[in-house]
Design a protein around this ligand. Structure first.
Ligand code: GUN
Ligand code: ZN
Length: 426
């Protein structure tokens, strides 16, 4: 049993405004009692009596629930910072050739360690990742995550056209491989499977039917794909599926829109599409560093939320440029500023913790510091660099501290990351 002593911050709900103090709980001198990977109690340190517990003193740092990254690509670990014009060129010139390497189990095992280490050093404790088309890549990632007792959702990408032969499966093999991976890994430890048709361009109608069958047979598996990231992508998708009224309708026709569907990007949508997504309860995923990097467009958070949607936020490595959810918030803030939408720091930190947990339907297990939830934590230091320390000398309170972390923070601000109660950084 361990007892962590620190300043603690956890959210009850999405903060409506910076002064919505009921939306979170903050303990200036807090205690977090952890046993068997689970949070047993949260309170003022002085109110907790735990004889025999080992006290770990993280004062004066700030402890939050571990960050949740809802969209990134495992086989793109070495694609980050590839110089490309836009999405489709980037996929063809850099991403597809790189993903073809993930047929090798030894490479997959090495990269799975590197990939999860990168997440841990950034304070990310749950990830929803695309593997490559090869079952070996999903196997390696699941195996490495379970060895660390880390919560991870992944799935082998389904893609059977418009890609190099080495990256193409078939409708049947995609179904069979996904089915076998679900049987082997879904629900084991802290693992979950996501049915993963890459996007409409790389799946034939026959493969979309296979994805539909998997989705029907496994209602508790997540579904992940990409939607309306870029104009050329939208035009080609609609050309390939002429009967669909728009891009969103392609996925709707194959039963792929539901509450546990995660739709990467969702930038260029008509009102009809927004309505269809809201009706299905599907979850758009904002990927700010990627959207800026590939020049894809500006995610309209206020519009989608106004329509009743719950938006997730993610890095989208390797279209995204940083594993850091703090840097993701920094760029997200700027994307929203360009649209005169102001992301205040309480809402930002809710988003990468409880907010993303809600989007995944996992808020009873992760994303807060409530008793009974899994002990995934991040320990943050807003004075981690000289520049941050100078800014913090003039901070007026918790909100300024959070905003300093949001705008200037990265892995240097992450003092420690606990995964199921075990310190895993460094
Ligand atoms: N659309 C289809 N595949 C991908 C991918 O790997 N990255 C991004 N950003 N968009 C995609
Ligand atoms: Zn993506």
């Amino acid at each position: 049993m361990i007892l962590i002593r620190a300043r603690l911050l956890t959210f009850r709900r999405d903060p409506l405004a910076p002064d919505d103090t009921d939306s979170f709980r903050y303990f200036e001198d807090g205690g977090l009692l952890i046993e068997d990977g689970t949070i047993r109690a949260i309170d003022d340190f002085s109110a907790l009596h735990a004889p025999g517990a080992t006290v770990i003193d993280h004062r004066p740092h700030l402890v939050l629930p571990g960050f949740i990254d809802t969209h990134l690509h495992f086989p793109q670990t070495q694609v980050i910072a590839s110089w490309a014009t836009e999405l489709l060129d980037w996929l063809n010139d850099y991403t597809f050739p790189e993903e073809a390497r993930y047929t090798d189990p030894a490479l997959c095992a090495t990269m799975a360690r590197a990939f999860l280490d990168r997440l841990t050093e950034q304070g990310t404790t749950t990830a929803v990742a695309y593997a490559s088309v090869h079952a070996t890549s999903a196997e390696a990632l699941f195996a490495e995550a379970i060895a660390r007792n880390m919560r991870l959702i992944t799935g082998k990408v389904m893609m059977d056209r418009n890609a190099p032969d080495a990256l193409c499966d078939t409708a049947q093999s995609a179904y069979d491989d996904s089915k076998a991976l679900i049987a082997r890994w879904h629900g084991k430890g802290r693992l979950g499977y996501a049915i993963t048709p890459r996007f409409a361009i790389t799946s034939t109608p026959a493969q979309m039917e296979a994805a539909q069958a998997l989705a029907r047979e496994h209602p508790d598996c997540h579904i992940q794909t990409h939607l309306s990231e870029n104009h050329a992508e939208i035009a080609l998708s609609c050309q390939l599926y002429p009967k669909a009224v728009d891009y969103t309708d392609i996925y709707a026709r194959y039963g792929l829109l539901r509450e546990n569907s995660l739709l990467g990007h969702a930038i260029h949508l008509s009102d009809r599409e927004v309505g269809a997504l809201a009706e299905a309860g599907a979850k758009p995923v904002f990927c700010p560093t990627s959207n800026l990097y590939l020049g894809s467009g500006l995610f309209d958070d206020a519009r989608l939320r106004g329509a009743g949607l719950t938006n997730a936020i993610a890095t989208d490595i390797g279209g995204g440029t940083s594993y850091s959810m703090l840097q993701t918030l920094a760029e997200g803030y700027k994307v929203l500023q360009l649209q005169r939408q102001r992301l205040h720091p309480f809402r930002a930190f809710h988003w990468i913790t409880r907010g993303n947990a809600v989007a995944l339907g996992l808020e009873d297990r992760i994303g807060t510091l409530e008793a009974g939830t899994e002990a995934d934590l991040v320990v943050l230091d807003a004075r981690a660099t000289p520049a941050m320390a100078l800014r913090m000398d003039r901070a007026r309170g918790l909100m300024d501290e959070l905003f300093t972390l949001q705008v200037m923070g990265d892995d240097r601000a992450v003092v420690q990351t606990y995964v199921a109660g075990v310190a895993r950084k460094g």
